[in-house]
Design a protein around this ligand. Structure first.
Ligand SMILES: Cc1cc2nc3c(=O)[nH]c(=O)nc-3n(C[C@H](O)[C@H](O)[C@H](O)COP(=O)(O)OP(=O)(O)OC[C@H]3O[C@@H](n4cnc5c(N)ncnc54)[C@H](O)[C@@H]3O)c2cc1C
Length: 816
């Protein structure tokens, strides 16, 4: 044992699989001065009792990529370190009891294959051949993933630790981090049970303890533990050592071979939170009491799937706490509230499968100072401080655990802990029959059933009652006028003598515009890829309002404050909650506004891309002429106390213009017809404005430059072998949801980042990136020269693919 250090470049807190993986990868990246501290013994937190399933398929491509990396790492770790890992590539089966589930499995198979993950649909008989002790007469089908496997979590952790030690990392067990030292908004070290260590970087891989440790320095890591259970049976006939893993999500259960018997566990629809706001420090190799009542639903289903269990003894009942997050994705990255404080925690019972890749991604993030690929689904900045409320979290995680196997319907919304954040108009929208979705905690209207009606929202792959209602909202936007409550938009006030200079550095477009102008721009990193996209309104010489997506305020605030040169005099304030936003869109929007306001809404009096204060009835609001729906329209930024007045004023005057309420489903179809991009889907840190077709919003020769400029100058010289295209189905009947694979002449070339129904063009429409294998530029000729199809759950549908959007009204319609 080496002597206890007093300083290190990096201190990692936590010797579970994630801490050890992060240490291993930092060392492999050449960072030697790394210390890992574990309060108990390595793997003694949650890792030791995991079931050890490693399944590759995730709903986000980059998360699938990271798990594929885990499988590659685990398969070679034994050779590298000489320590057994228990890794076995036994393959996995997922079975479907219903036709709807089988559609999901076929969709997953199409996507997996497009990403290079082998995945094959099977008939029930074929599935039975791979898993003879399973009952198959009630199945519709299955999919087979030969690359999936299982591992021994404690052994993998030890092997990662050994690999890390071999590369220079120092690991200290029985050493508790008692507090974190900070100064001027950044970490400076840790206090431990063995003495202080000064450090440049601290990484919190504290598992279910990560929340309380982070909270002590003002950082939100929203996770809460649930009891999570499995059983292990005595040896069983027909269970060879290489039996595949089997998942039966309709029965909430999974099976894995364990010493000649079966390990069976699952994800029950209503989980049991472990009622501990503070996890005890000494909960090492701890387990919780058996709870057969909670386990009953899993046991009942297991007996259906594997009837031989009826006559098999149970050797072990394992109940251990595991941390879950509000959205079933883990929490990764540098905390927005504290510089050089990184987090890798909240693994939602996927920590064994995920940690190989997640540890690598976190190490790369630490070394590069920013994520090296799009990790937005797991990025810590997707959460705000309010997500850390214990009462809310405890309620939410009881639902989260079950999401693993609950049908992930395309329009599914989480139900627990709602309503959470409400616009002042919530009750009025509800009275008008709104069906609410949820984003960044906000209740947002998705569609309207009509006044006094209860929306009949049935989830499915096809058209429900919502379809016609959305169609009517969509058409009203194109033909008359609609109003959408978009209060959830993020709003950041940028003020100060150097506000313009700061934004010029941050934005790719030119924001040195006259007062009263608005500018759409990308916010790019040094690689020239997107960190955000937003609109900046100049309110005064030294004051700008940044309008950003609902999910982005934390991320944008973090990016802005980190990347503004220190010598500039500028402040950033998140003012999201101060303003309600009402978007009034459609050809009659001008006439309606003219009726309720004394301002001039003519094209000359209120040109496109301008904003100004106006009166609406008795209220004074900021009106901004722009559109995300491809129609003439204004966004009204209304101080919250005037929201109800303005809403009522618009509706009272609106009847004669055909005003309707509209929701986010209509917005989605409208923006896709017009080819408008969305952050997190078309615009991510994996793509430049050139890939995304947004070169027009980049001012490459801006005096003084901007972040990402050099990378874009280089990128300009390279052929665009990956480009964003609009995709339109030739058959107007089927619905696309996004995530579908796109084929050219029968070969996968990309996938749909978004899809919806274009009620104006009468068919499904999407956006997606296509990639050209030979590296040459994608142009109209290449697109027109190929036969494009969308793989919809195994059925190939002819599609028209174009660099142009399918609905492109004359500029006069929007700007005239
Ligand atoms: C019943 C069950 C079955 C599971 N099955 C699977 C599965 O099949 N596949 C899968 O992928 N995942 C599975 N999981 C989930 C998996 O076990 C976890 O996601 C994973 O182990 C989390 O690893 P971690 O390193 O984040 O946390 P941990 O293993 O808990 O490690 C965190 C460590 O930090 C230490 N620590 C905390 N605070 C401090 C401090 N202040 N100072 C020093 N040390 C500190 C703790 O002692 C702990 O050892 C399962 C979990 C359970 C409960």
């Amino acid at each position: 044992m080496s002597t206890f250090p007093t300083q290190a470049r990096v201190v990692i807190v936590g010797g579970g699989i994630m801490g050890c993986s992060t240490a291993y990868h930092l060392a492999k990246l050449g960072w030697k001065d790394v210390v890992l501290l574990e309060q108990g013994r390595l793997s003694g937190g949650t890792t030791w009792h995991a079931a050890g399933l490693v399944g590759q398929l995730r709903s986000y491509q980059n998360l699938t990529r990271l798990i594929r990396y885990s499988t590659e790492l685990y398969s070679k770790l034994e050779t590298e370190t000489g320590l057994a890992t228990g890794w076995k590539q036994c393959g996995s089966l997922s079975v479907a009891r219903t036709e709807q589930r089988m559609v999901l499995l076929r969709r997953s198979a199409a996507m997996a294959n497009a990403q290079g993950v082998d995945c094959e649909p099977l008939t029930p008989r074929q599935a039975g051949e791979k898993y003879p002790i399973m009952r198959t007469d009630d199945l519709v089908g299955a999919v087979w993933l030969p690359g999936d496997g299982k591992a021994n979590p404690a052994d993998i952790t030890q092997a990662l630790a050994k690999g890390a030690r071999n590369a220079g990392v120092r690991i200290f067990e029985k050493t508790r981090v008692t507090s974190i030292d900070t100064r001027d908004g950044r970490v400076t070290g840790v206090q431990t049970s063995q003495g202080p260590i000064t450090a440049e970087i601290v990484v919190n891989c504290g598992g279910q303890w990560a929340r309380q440790l982070a909270r002590s320095v003002g950082v939100t890591v929203p996770l809460y533990s649930c009891e999570h259970m499995y059983i292990v049976t005595e040896k069983m006939e027909g269970v060879p050592r290489d039996l595949p893993v089997m998942r039966d999500p309709d029965g909430y259960i999974y099976f894995k071979e364990e010493v000649g018997g079966l390990l069976m566990g699952g994800f029950e629809p209503e989980a049991k939170p472990w009622d501990k706001d503070v996890i005890p420090d000494d909960f090492e190799f701890g387990i919780l009491p058996d709870d057969w009542d909670q386990f009953q639903i899993l046991m009942d289903n297991a007996l259906i799937r594997v009837p031989a269990l009826e006559k098999t003894g149970i050797k072990t009942f394992m109940n251990g706490p595991e941390s879950f997050t509000p959205d079933l994705n883990y929490v990764l990255g540098e905390a927005p509230q504290l510089k050089n404080f990184f987090v890798g925690a909240g693994f939602n019972s996927m920590g064994i499968a995920s940690s190989g890749g997640a540890g690598m991604a976190l190490a790369e993030w630490i070394v590069a100072g920013e994520p090296t690929l799009d990790l937005w689904p797991v990025d810590i900045r997707r959460f705000a401080g309010f997500h850390g409320n214990d009462t809310w979290l405890r309620t939410r995680v009881a639902e989260t655990l079950g999401l693993h196997y609950k049908m992930p319907w395309p329009q599914r919304e989480q139900e627990s802990g709602r309503p959470f954040r409400r616009s002042p108009l919530y009750d009025r929208l509800k009275a008008r029959g709104a069906w609410f979705g949820n984003k960044m905690g906000w209740e947002r209207p998705n569609w309207f059933a009509g006044a006094g009606k209860t929306p009949d929202m049935q989830y499915g792959w096809g058209r429900g009652a919502w379809f016609d209602a959305v169609g009517a909202e969509h058409r009203a936007t194109r033909e008359s006028v609609t109003v959408v409550d978009e209060t959830s938009f993020g709003k950041i006030l940028v003020q100060g003598r150097d506000a313009e200079a700061a934004l010029q550095r941050l934005a790719a477009n030119d924001v040195a515009v006259p007062v009263g102008r608005t500018v759409y721009t990308g916010i790019l990193n040094e690689r020239g890829t997107f960190e955000s996209d937003l609109t900046i309104a100049r309110l005064a010489r030294d004051r700008f309002l940044v309008i950003t997506g609902s999910a982005q305020p934390m991320r944008d605030m973090d990016w802005f404050t980190r990347h503004v040169p220190e010598d500039l005099f500028v402040t950033f304030a998140d003012v999201t909650s101060a303003w309600t936003v009402l978007s009034l869109m459609g050809p009659q929007s001008r006439a309606l506004l003219q009726k309720v306001s004394r301002a001039d809404f003519s094209n000359e009096g209120f040109p496109f891309a301008t904003c100004r204060e106006i009166g609406v009835g008795y209220a004074t609001v900021l009106a901004s002429r722009r559109t995300y729906m491809g129609e003439l329209g204004w966004e009204l930024y209304v101080p919250v106390e005037f929201a109800v007045t303005v809403f009522e004023t618009l509706h009272e005057a609106g009847a004669e213009f055909g005003l309707r309420d509209a929701g986010y489903y209509a917005v989605e179809g409208l923006r896709l017809e017009k080819g408008y991009r969305a952050w997190g889907r078309e615009l991510t840190p994996d793509d430049t404005p050139f890939n995304a077709g947004l070169a027009w919003a980049v001012k490459l020769d801006k005096p003084g430059g901007f972040i990402g400029q050099n990378a874009l100058i280089k990128a300009k010289a390279v052929p665009l072998a990956r480009r964003l295209v609009s995709v339109v189905l030739q058959d107007g009947e089927p619905l696309l949801w996004g995530g579908e694979a796109l084929l050219r002449d029968g070969r996968p070339v990309g996938d749909l980042t978004s899809a919806g129904y274009g009620h104006t063009i009468g068919t499904s429409v999407g956006l997606g990136y296509v990639k050209r294998g030979d590296g040459a530029a994608i142009d109209a000729a290449w697109l027109e020269g190929g036969r494009f199809e969308v793989d919809l759950a195994g059925t190939r549908l002819a599609a028209k693919v174009s660099l142009r959007c399918p609905f492109d009204p004359a500029g006069a319609r929007i700007k005239g």
